[in-house]
Design a protein. Structure first.
Length: 193
């Protein structure tokens, strides 16, 4: 008879996520996962199936968080749709240049593994499509309120904002200044007709 679990799965996923976000998939060892989660290696295998399966669970959790963050930012009824997009892009510029750790696991995983791991590629596309859908609705709301051209391609613009934000994550991680990231954020808004 197996022993009952004595851990909170969400806590393990969160702890493992910190390790993966810091070191990447390849740089995170099973020993490191055991250390940060407090589980033995065999418990990781028994409970999650191994390092890769735990990584996919973590990435799935981060995928939901990434989509939820954009949803929350772009569905604020106290501002106009374009103000929400502007605020989100500037918030991203500030966060990425603050010097504080910023969880970029989805972007890191995409760059590190998506070309050879279909599970990672699928989750990366889930983030892209989920965020694109939210940006698109915000842009459609802006069209309805007369803030932008009603003939603008909301789907293409939404994909553009997701791509710009992912690019900002990459160059922010490389050390781009707040001024540079803010300039990119503000320039991106000029694409809206």
């Amino acid at each position: 008879m197996p022993r009952p679990r004595k851990f909170v799965e969400a806590d393990v996923i969160d702890s493992a996520g910190g390790a993966f976000a810091t070191h990447g998939y390849a740089g995170t060892t099973l020993d490191e996962l055991a250390r940060v989660t407090g589980l033995g290696k065999q418990s990781i295998y028994n409970s999650f199936g191994g390092k890769h399966e735990l990584f996919l669970r973590v990435l799935s959790s981060r995928t939901a968080e990434a989509i939820g963050a954009i949803d929350q930012a772009l569905n604020n009824p106290d501002s106009t749709p374009l103000e929400r997009i502007r605020a989100q892009m500037l918030k991203l510029a500030v966060a990425l240049s603050s010097g504080e750790p910023h969880d970029l696991l989805v972007t890191k995983a995409t760059l590190e593994l998506a070309d050879r791991d279909s599970g990672v590629a699928d989750l990366a596309m889930e983030v892209f499509k989920g965020q694109q859908k939210i940006y698109r609705q915000c842009l459609i709301d802006a069209q309805k309120s007369g803030e932008i051209d009603p003939d603008a391609d909301a789907t293409a613009l939404a994909a553009y904002f997701v791509a710009v934000s992912r690019g900002m994550e990459i160059i922010g991680k490389a050390g781009a200044s707040r001024a540079k990231l803010t300039s990119i954020a503000l320039t991106s808004l000029q694409a809206i007709p």
